[in-house]
Design a protein around this ligand. Structure first.
Ligand code: SF4
Ligand code: SF4
Length: 441
């Protein structure tokens, strides 16, 4: 029996690259590495123009809470430190490195020689922090902080392999190509968190992954595979937890508050690599797809590679490019320049020629209400937000919206519901911040 949740929608999956093995891309002439690729404080550059760097060398750090180190993804020479816009549109300092194409590894990198059992959680957490590992599924929350906050609190360790957005197959390929790295990474997390077992949650549209994992897992009491129904947004952590354990996370609370912690499989593989070889996060698995790219592919890309270089590696564009999305079509972010760079959170780049932007009106069909996984009233929220009645939006629970996009997807009236709700959330948060500031004076 496949596990599932209430609500959600069935999407045209478009997993065109599922059978395409990921290929390593090593051709960027230069990379521009942002000093902030995580939720938290930005790093301060540790290098200057003219410095030579090696692969895996730490080039950005900050001792503040919630910071993740940044490392060189190619070897070569630092040619500039400059403010550029990142994928959110905000200006960020980038370290630009000219690639010498030698890919010389940093001599300081070293794997841990002692057995896993002899390592304390604190030693492992420090390794994860130093390796700059974040939620590689796009959340970009520092992995060390997630582990720290889950210590002593969680019973259920879940590896989220749902990958429920259309097009994206990067994790699907990772599970097929590096199952040992993922399974060993899971054992590290089991040991660190002190939990008794872990569950790998996979949607039933990946039978090859399920079969392979069942063969590779050597201790089924320790690690088991649970099959989820293919439905959007099955990869949302709230929905996975509900599907597997029937637990609902109260608004404003985290998975750890109901005894669960979730990790993306690429994050887990990075944890294994950081401990076994000392290699920090320098590459990212990216699905490149969409009707405007000539050769859709799965690539393993040095962090800091420009979207233009990624497009070139896929044969260039073949139709007029109307829209470039970083991430999936439901929750990804529209990008405005091919000069932006691949970061730790870039799971997909979609090059699309279609630009349906018409805005319609609500016909009161109620489909958005039925699709909403958070049991909200999307039509009403959108209507209030359009009239800038943000207090009403707050009362209706706008802040619980996870911006999954299901409501907009099913809306026959072509109402940009998520956009309205996003605006309302921004206004509510801004109001709360101002009130907080006044209260603090
Ligand atoms: S789905 Fe669209 S048209 Fe239907 S009730 Fe919701 S907002 Fe209105
Ligand atoms: S209101 Fe928010 S949570 Fe509900 S379907 Fe729309 S985007 Fe998803």
């Amino acid at each position: 029996m496949a596990y599932t949740f209430l609500g959600g929608i069935h999407l045209d999956e478009r997993k065109n690259t599922a059978a395409m093995a990921a290929e390593l891309y090593t051709d960027p002439k230069q990379v521009a590495i942002p000093m902030q690729q995580h939720i938290g404080a930005p790093c301060k550059p540790l290098v200057s123009v003219g410095d030579t760097v090696t692969v895996g060398q730490c080039i950005g750090e900050n001792n503040n809470a919630l910071c993740c180190s940044v490392h060189a993804s190619v070897s070569g020479t630092v040619i500039s430190l400059e403010e550029r816009r990142g994928i959110t549109g905000a200006p960020i300092t980038h370290v630009v490195i000219e690639n010498d194409f030698n890919y010389t590894p940093c001599p300081d990198m070293q794997g841990i020689q002692t057995p896993l059992e002899s390592l304390s959680p604190e030693e492992i957490i420090e390794r994860v922090r130093a390796a700059g590992i974040v939620g590689m599924g796009g959340a970009t929350f520092p992995a060390y902080a997630k582990i720290q906050s889950a210590l002593g609190k969680v019973k259920h360790l879940i590896i989220n392999c749902a990958e429920c957005e259309p097009y994206i197959t990067a994790n699907h390929r990772l599970m097929l190509e590096e199952p040992e790295a993922v399974l060993k990474g899971i054992k590290i997390l089991i040991h660190t968190l002190g939990v008794r077992r872990a569950v790998i949650a996979v949607e039933d549209n990946k039978p090859d992954v399920i079969e392979l994992l069942e063969k590779k897992i050597d201790d089924k009491a320790l690690i088991s595979v649970k099959v989820l129904k293919t439905k959007y947004p099955q990869g949302d952590e709230r929905q996975i937890i509900y599907a597997l354990y029937g637990k609902e996370i109260p608004t404003g609370k985290l998975p750890a508050d109901v005894g669960c912690v979730l990790f993306n499989p690429e994050t887990v593989a990075c944890i294994y690599r950081a401990l076994s070889t000392g290699m920090p996060v320098v590459n990212k698995r990216v699905t490149v797809d969409g009707d405007a790219i000539k050769k859709p592919r799965n690539l393993i890309v040095p962090i800091g590679t420009s979207f233009a270089d990624v497009a070139e590696a896929c044969g260039g564009t073949r139709k007029k490019l109307a829209r470039l999305i970083s991430g999936g079509p439901m929750m990804g972010q529209a990008q405005w320049s091919l000069d932006y760079c691949v970061t730790k959170g870039t799971g997909a780049l979609l090059f699309l020629s279609d630009m349906k932007e018409e805005i319609g009106q609500c016909i009161r069909c109620g489909k958005c209400v039925r699709a909403c996984q958070m049991h909200l009233m999307p039509a009403l929220l959108a209507a209030y937000s359009e009239k800038e009645k943000y207090e009403e939006c707050e009362k209706l629970g706008a802040l619980s919206c996870v911006e999954c996009g299901c409501c907009t997807y099913v809306c026959p009236g072509k109402v940009p519901i998520v956009q309205y709700i996003r605006n309302a959330k921004g206004a509510i948060n801004e109001h709360r911040r101002r009130v907080g500031e006044k209260g603090g004076k």
